[in-house]
Design a protein around this ligand. Sequence first.
Ligand code: ADP
Ligand code: MG
Length: 585
Amino acid sequence: MSSPFISSAIQKIRFLLTKEEKIKWVGIALFASCTSLLEVVTASVIVVFAQVLNQPDIGQKYLSMVGFSSGLVPGRIVLYIAIIVGIIYLVKNLVAAAEVFYQNFTIQKMNYLFKEKLLHRYAEADYGFYLTRNSSLGVTVVSGDTELMFSGGMISIASILSESVIFICLIGMVVYMNPSLAITIFGVSVVLWLFSIKIMLPQFYKWGQRMQEAALNSEQNLLQFFHGFKEIVLLGKREAFVNAFQYHSRKKSRIQAIQTATNVLPRMIIEVLFVGLFVTTIAFLCLEHESPVQMLGVLGGYLYLGFRLMPGLNRVINMLNVFKAAIPSIERVYKEYAVSAKESYVDIPEFVFEECIELKDVSFCYPNVKKNALQNISFQIKKGECIGVVGETGSGKSTLIDVLLGLLKPQKGTVLIDDMYLVGSYQWHQKIGYVPQSVYLTDDTIEANIAFGEKKIDESRLNAAINAAQLRKFIDQLPEGFKTFVGERGIRLSGGERQRISIARALYRNPEVLIFDEATSALDNETEAKLMETINAVSQNRTVIMIAHRLTTLKNCDRIVMMEKGSIDQITTYEILQKNKQVVV
Ligand SMILES: Nc1ncnc2c1ncn2[C@@H]1O[C@H](COP(=O)(O)OP(=O)(O)O)[C@@H](O)[C@H]1O
Ligand SMILES: [Mg+2]
């Protein structure tokens, strides 16, 4: 059951790589095989050297082959041969060093390019995609799993290939020198191979999976701990969070300890087996040769072969284990890469918003939920109009906005601008300034938060946005002005200040349409009243959709949509509601 795992994981890596990268991967394996072959050459050189030490005339033969004159004294022969051996070793190690650098640089380049590619796909994924998932999944896949796939998965396969080359060559040499010994070594290796494939590898796969789970859980826990620290302290749940983290982190460490320790075991087994083989070889040779001195050369060769084969075999088994442990990560990267593939927003030609935004018979249902969040919604928002949306919590107001923004795709009905343009387009998003209920601020300066994600900040637009959002007075009294850092998620600002920064951010690109999703509901009455003045001021000459909890907030709106349980209850005006005494302050 384990080999298909390996081959299917390799298939997955191949799927994820570009053609060029696949060629590079083969290149890494070939380069590694080259150094392995050189290794075999050096192994035989040592055999030759051992022979020469024993019988210098053989050395003379070799030296004559490379152009040395004959009749050298034994001391000279040994010296020259030693120098040649030294040069061969130097070359081998230079090539080996080049290979190591090539391998690591190539793999790391693939690693960062792939991460970028994956993040691009996440960036293009549907907003709906994010509704059903935990954000630590993306974090672990991009940072941990991808890393493991490249450094663990790909390097191990390349190393296994190159080690196999050495192994086959060395075994070939042994076959040439002593067939019965070769058969014994081969038999032992097959037994070890089967043992690792059938017993060790499934276990490593299981550990890999459990470790991945534990890593994800502990990461999730950490994120929650730092994000929700205030609540955690106030609810007296510090211990509980630390304990939960401890549980997963300890589990992860334990599995890691078992995994690393078991990695060493095969080496010990192999070592014992090889020393056993070595003793057997001596016994064999003692029967064939008369004196230990005569065996010296051959024995030296065997020793080198043995001690080269041993770590080689050990490395193959280790690398298989490394690969096996990386398989769950490879599978997850593959799955995530496939899932985030949906192209969700479209590029349409630049257009001018002239008439209206229209929803026709729109129904929307969240994934894994039975009840529709929006039910047969139809209405029009004319250009330049100010629309208020009111309704109880959970009546579908935010969902309605997300549908208007093209973030959520309704299962039924259409949402079009001027009867032809799609809301799920970059061009529509460009025209919108959106102010959410809870502002997301990055741990950066006020300026960077307003120009959100823009490297070159346009000073005049920045100042216009600051003035319009009525942030000027606040910013002027800060020692560092708009270069002041806001702290993580704006922790150093008050709720009203954060909302104003959010408004300035929405205004920075001078949008035609402004959307406020309960932008003031988290504020106290006085701050809300002040902020409403700002909102009303920036709403002039724009199309505005304003969601509010309280009707009074919407008194400047042209029309008011009243939502109830995902449907429109009525569309009316503030004056009518006032006349009917429906306005409750
Ligand atoms: N991501 C989601 N997954 C499933 N159900 C959701 C999700 N977001 C909101 N809902 C449900 O959809 C309904 C409408 O929610 P929402 O539009 O946020 O209401 P409002 O903004 O009016 O308070 C609620 O019943 C809410 O529980
Ligand atoms: Mg809402």
